[in-house]
Design a protein around this ligand. Structure first.
Ligand code: NOJ
Length: 526
């Protein structure tokens, strides 16, 4: 494995409960994932990011952690986790875990202790408890409703997410010490790093001021103190051999603020959500690429490119709605269930895959993206598990539609996901989307991803924009490679080239059709 592997890595996101079910209970698990590691190695990814597998009541799909240093029995055992890490390494893949430091589960022993100990007790200082006959401030929960819930004994506690996810107080030394222990625990077991959940939210503005009238961005985000914290985490990672890394989940509107988390001695990388929130428009995408490169370069950090994850509608569906961009939870309320063109969405999603895979830096692939899965928007209400659904009073369907268990093989549900009934129903029409079916088809989205991930390993050098007609993105990497993406409504001539290395759809008499991308071999400039 190369040094500083994370600068160029293709990282595959595994959402374990929807990946593969090894024990037949309808929920994906470590046994299922271990059985599919060869598929991931064959796909050509350099690393896995595995979303939380820790002990959890699963109110928020495992992001409500009751014990950070054990595996939930739903997924398997700690021993299996260790074996999995070893097996992935043997196949040449690194393993990033997902650390959730902003909050824990209300079943976590600390929160239980705090509730039992009552108002004013030291046990409550590890969280944000406040007295009063109304919520202490006007902060909203990200899942709808207020960010404060009553304890029933005259106090309120803060939860930026569900009430079952109380926020931890990072001013408390126990909190800092315990998370350092957790980092070491998993580093000692071979983890190559962590994705950090809601990384900018850990430190809250002094005095917990109201949002209304707050002079900064948000009083619960991007506070200066959070940088000290990540510097101390970085020192821990650096004390281990073999390039252990952090990838911050950092949703911030200002890319310059994001880059501050990537200064030397802080986090290695951060998710670049600007690409994922961008509509399918050439000028807008080019602006995202330029800004990303310009803000990462001064801090010496590699950009990351992300099209999807377990929190956002899948690209096939997003891009199939003209002009639709995923900008916030409002997307679900606004666009969910409105008509879209799946064929168009798939063409664009495939072109987008070639675009991001060609850019300098590291790239993420969310499970099922390589199969071109659409968002499942017609899940019955009684199947929905995302807390957004209940918290919004049944108005926001939430994120279950991108978490439907993967189709692996066969012609009917559960499509080889396991033998039991999957925890979310799969659309009966997914037979042509299974990994098995796509493995046989050289024009499939799976084949495209395999080829792209293999070829991108050979790409080096920065990005140089090439002259291109309006609505077309064209850039070179070095002298011999160009990527051209046609976002216009007309077929276009690509720049002069020696050969087509890969294309997201067939070229038409030498012309690149709309919503198509091609990787070209250039003749070289001497
Ligand atoms: C971000 C995670 O990706 C999401 O799934 C989760 O609900 C929130 N953080 C809260 O942990």
């Amino acid at each position: 494995m190369r040094g500083e592997w994370w600068r160029t890595a293709a990282i595959y996101q595994v959402y374990p409960r929807s990946f593969a079910d090894g024990n037949g209970d309808g929920v994906g698990d470590l046994l299922g994932l271990r059985g599919r590691l060869p598929y991931l190695a064959r796909l050509g990814v350099d690393a896995l990011w595995i979303t939380p597998w820790y002990r959890s009541p699963m109110v928020d799909g495992g992001y409500d952690v009751a014990d950070h240093r054990d595996v939930d029995p739903l997924f398997g055992t700690l021993g299996e986790a260790e074996e999995l890490i070893g097996e992935a390494h043997a196949l040449g893949m690194r393993v990033l875990l997902d650390i959730v430091p902003n909050h824990c589960s209300d079943r976590h022993p600390w929160f239980q202790e705090a509730l039992a100990a009552g108002p004013g007790s030291p046990a409550r200082e590890r969280f944000w408890f406040r007295g009063g006959d109304r919520p202490p401030n006007d902060w909203p929960s990200n899942f709808g409703g207020p960010a404060w819930s009553p304890t029933g004994d005259g106090e309120w506690y803060l939860h930026l997410y569900a009430p079952e996810q109380p926020d931890l107080n990072w001013n408390h030394p126990d909190v800092r010490d315990d998370f350092e222990r957790t980092l070491r625990f998993w580093f000692d077991r071979g983890a190559d790093g962590f994705r950090i959940d809601v990384a900018p939210a850990l430190v809250k503005a002094e005095g917990l001021p109201d949002l209304a009238g707050y002079p900064g961005y948000l009083p619960w985000k991007d506070q200066e103190g959070v940088h000290d914290l990540y510097r101390s985490w970085r020192a821990i990672a650096d004390s281990y051999p073999g390039d252990r890394v952090f990838a911050g989940e950092i949703w911030l509107p200002d890319p310059a603020r994001l880059a501050r988390y990537l200064r030397p001695g802080e986090l290695h990388t951060a998710f670049n959500f600007a690409m994922l929130t961008c509509p399918w428009e050439a000028d807008a995408l080019r602006a995202v690429i330029d800004t990303t490169l310009a803000t990462h370069e001064p801090v010496g950090a590699p950009p990351t490119w992300v099209l999807s994850n377990h929190d956002v509608p899948r690209p096939v569906t997003r891009y199939g709605r003209d002009g639709a961009a995923f900008d916030s939870a409002d997307y679900f309320a606004r666009s969910h269930g409105t008509p879209y063109d799946e064929g168009l969405g798939l063409r664009r999603a495939r072109a987008a895959a070639l675009l991001v895979a060609a850019l300098p830096g590291s790239v993420y692939v969310y499970q099922g993206e390589e199969l071109g899965l659409p968002e499942v928007e017609d899940l019955p209400a009684d199947a929905l598990r995302d807390p957004m659904w209940a918290r919004s009073g049944g108005t926001v369907k939430g994120r279950d539609g991108c978490r439907v268990p993967l189709p692996w093989s066969g012609t009917r549900p559960p499509f080889g996901f396991g033998v039991g009934r999957p925890w979310l129903p799969q659309p009966p029409g997914w037979a042509s989307l299974t990994a098995e079916a796509q493995s046989r088809d050289p024009s499939s989205t799976l084949a495209l991803y395999r080829a792209a991930l293999r070829l991108r390993r050979g790409l080096t050098g920065g990005l140089t924009w090439l002259p291109a007609p309006r609505g077309v993105l064209a850039f070179a990497r070095g002298d011999r490679f160009a990527c051209v993406v046609n976002l216009s409504r007309e077929p276009v001539s690509p720049p002069p080239y020696d050969g087509v290395l890969l294309a997201s759809g067939p070229l038409d008499g030498g012309l690149l059709p709309p919503d198509t991308a091609a990787w070209l071999r250039l003749g070289g400039r001497g």
